[in-house]
Design a protein around this ligand. Structure first.
Ligand code: IVH
Length: 689
């Protein structure tokens, strides 16, 4: 393909995606994939200036002119777009261009979260809200006044009692967005509707894939009462046309002014004095992005001085005085190659997506869970679909949904398999009222491998070097068929395996040997009894002290242990009643597993029933020690703050969201001295003590 042909192809494709995004609120590709297309086009146009065109999407804002059901609004001050910086180097290059443009006069910057919503312009005349418009092509947008008027954050009248006269005309620019909680509610409601539709033999309807699209769709409703019910919100970040009123010299003054008029201005916005601080802000903001309650996709950095902005001016599509620093993508679009089913250690089957690999959320993803049969049906994803894949932070990758407009004609739906994928091909069963479909064959080799993997995992016996691939290799070679067999492995056996040398074999044997002296809670977890996870194991070990005491305890005794409860208690009793399981315990004992004893309740149980959250670094305790100190006194130490939290202990560099939440909920916040008082007395320290 010649450069001219590729440029033409890219322009058409970008124009198509603009329309999908701006006009239909239903994009076919993720923002990150879109950005890649625009970048490629910009680079080609830069390399071939003779092929430049004013009609190119690189020279336009938004979707260009749209066919729309809303009437048109001409923006007196255009609503421009922003240039992007995809990494710190590009951000620094922008900083250098700014410095050069200001001939050495050092700028101050305002850093703002880049809200992933829908740009809006709000017009006030004589202090009254008169019109709201979308960005459109930057010059002409859509009149969405009636819909925007339903948003609680939008002031209807501006207060008169401010110093200086109100401007006759005040245009405020900002972003309308759907808070994550409102999006989750909307999504859950749509999914529930789909479950009911499917049950009634009807076709499921598209479920909103992310807050941005759901928010844009909610705003552009013909019926404003639908908009009103969705719970949209607003952040304001810029002035448009202003006639009369007071003068400003800096951007941060304008934001302060908007605040005093009652507009929501984001509290995360910060004025900084150097580009190094801008970079630090961007990193901080990225770390907190999931704790905000609304979606952001980067940071907008603006030169603060309005006089300096004047000097820097605009390019054809964006101001030179601002830049959007984009975070790495958390959503991408890719091909769903197949749906397969995995079998867990308890026989539970989980459908998962096999994907054309994509880089998302900081890593390359080629598989993603689909949870269960109902989820696949509710999302209606089919092999051959283009799907949206999301991976946010440390969260496991997820298939959000199909891009229906790209579904090939006649693509068949997916049926849950009726037999286990293992060589035994035993029948799968779904118990009435349960979400899971299970393989109930005790000899299923896939379940067996998973039990061994779990046994060796970090939460259980923590055997380094005995991960998934090694277990598969040992199992295929017939060397292990239950977790107890690993203690009988010999050096000679390991050396017969493909790609195993002496060091690798000796390391594994040493790790297996070391696992014999794991503390009781870990061994209890390793048994693999349903419901007996790390937390319940720890609670049992604390209460009973030895494995024999746990085995001899009645169901009622187990059930009254804090953190266990009747369901887990029943499961434990059932597990130990099974002769095969008792034989497994004996096999571990015979192999030398110690089932280490735990000291039972020496300390006063003065924190029983109290949840104490620890955040930040303490001088006298590691995190584990602090949590153990709480648990040793009968308390709990959960990872997050809720209304039920008794106190939050705050050390150095605490998690900001935990402290904010505690303050919001009125949960007492303690320093390390206060924590010591709490440990000693079980009570909060007296104020002023
Ligand atoms: S300022 C001339 N500030 O990002 C400057 N925009 O990629 C105009 N956005 O169209 C925009 N948060 O929809 C600005 N704090 C913020 C923003 C923000 C989100 C959006 C806005 C804009 C787009 C540009």
């Amino acid at each position: 393909m010649t450069p001219a042909e590729r440029i033409d192809q890219l322009r058409r494709s970008i124009a198509h995606h603009n329309e999908r995004y701006y006009a239909f609120d239903a994009p076919e590709i993720s923002d990150a994939d879109y950005d890649l297309l625009v970048r490629e086009l910009s680079a080609l146009e830069a390399a071939h200036p003779e092929l430049a065109s004013a009609a190119s999407p690189t020279q336009q804002v938004g979707a260009g002119r749209l066919a729309t059901t809303f009437s048109e609004v001409v923006h007196r001050v255009p609503m421009t777009s922003l240039d992007n910086a995809m990494d710190v180097a590009e951000l620094e290059a922008w900083g250098e261009r700014v410095a050069k443009g200001l001939a050495g006069e050092a700028p101050q910057f305002v850093c703002e979260p880049k809200i992933d919503g829908l740009a809006i312009s709000l017009r006030y005349e004589g202090g009254r809200f008169v019109q709201a418009a979308t960005r459109g092509d930057g010059r002409v947008g859509e009149d969405v006044t009636r819909n925007v008027a339903t948003i609680a954050d939008v002031p209807e009248r501006l207060p008169e009692n401010q110093p200086g006269r109100l401007p006759q005309v005040l245009e405020v620019r900002g972003e309308v967005y759907l808070p994550v909680a409102a999006f989750e509610r909307l999504k859950a409601a749509k999914e529930q509707e789909n479950v009911e539709r499917i049950a009634a033999g009807r076709k499921p309807e598209p479920v909103p894939v992310n807050p941005r699209n759901a928010g844009a769709g909610s705003l552009r409703q013909k019926d404003p009462s639908i908009t009103a019910a969705r719970g949209l919100a607003l952040w304001c970040y810029q002035l448009g046309e202003v006639v009369g009123g007071r003068d400003f010299t800096s951007h941060h003054e304008t934001l302060e002014y908007l605040r005093t008029l009652g507009f929501p201005v984001n509290p995360q916005i910060r004025v900084v004095g150097s580009l190094a601080e801008v970079v630090a802000y961007c990193h901080e903001c990225e770390q907190q992005r999931h704790a905000l309650g609304y979606e952001i996709d980067g940071v907008v950095v603006k030169v603060d001085s309005l006089a300096q902005r004047e000097l820097l001016g605009f390019t054809s599509r964006a101001p030179r005085w601002a830049i959007a620093f984009k975070f790495p993508p958390e959503e991408r679009t890719t091909l769903l190659k197949a749906i397969e089913v995995s079998v867990g250690r308890t026989g539970r089957t989980t459908p998962y997506a096999v994907l054309e690999p994509v880089f998302v959320g900081g890593s390359t993803v080629s598989m993603a869970t689909l949870h269960n049969q109902d989820q696949v049906a509710a999302k209606d994803v089919r092999p051959g679909d283009t799907v949206v894949v999301r991976k946010a932070g440390d969260v496991i990758p997820e298939v959000v949904g199909p891009v229906l407009s790209l579904r090939p004609a006649g693509l068949a739906g997916w049926q849950f398999p009726t037999v286990c994928p293992c060589p035994l091909r035993s029948e799968l069963v779904r118990i009435e009222g349960e979400a899971d479909t299970r393989c109930v064959e005790p000899a299923c080799p896939f379940q067996r491998d998973q039990r061994i993997i779990y046994f060796a995992s970090r939460v259980a016996m923590d055997i380094e070097g005995l991960g998934e691939s090694t277990v598969f290799q040992l199992s295929d070679a017939g060397l292990v068929s239950d977790p107890g067999d690993i203690y009988a492995l010999t050096r000679e056996q390991l050396l017969t395996l493909d790609k195993w040398g002496e060091t690798k074999a000796d390391n594994l044997l040493a790790a297996i040997e070391a696992s014999k002296s794991r503390p009781l809670p870990k061994v209890l977890t390793a048994l693999g009894c349903k419901g007996l996870g790390p937390a319940a194991s720890e609670a049992l070990a604390r209460a009973f002290g030895t494995l024999d005491a746990v085995m001899q305890a009645s169901e009622a005794e187990l059930a009254t242990t804090d953190g266990v409860g009747p369901i887990i208690a029943a499961s434990i009793v059932r597990w130990f009643a099974d002769a095969a399981n008792r034989a497994f315990v004996d096999k571990l004992r015979a192999a030398g597993v110690e089932f280490g004893r735990v000291e039972v309740r020496r300390l006063p149980q003065n924190l029983t029933g109290k949840a104490v959250v620890v955040t930040g670094t303490l001088a006298g305790f590691t995190r584990e020690q602090a949590e153990a100190a709480i648990k040793d006194r009968g308390g709990k130490s959960p990872g997050s703050v809720s209304a039920k939290t008794f106190a939050v202990v705050v050390g150095v560099e605490p998690g900001a969201s935990k402290v904010t939440k505690a303050t919001e909920l009125g949960v007492p916040v303690l320093d390390e001295t206060g924590f010591q008082v709490l440990l000693d007395t079980g009570e909060l320290p007296q104020a002023g003590a």
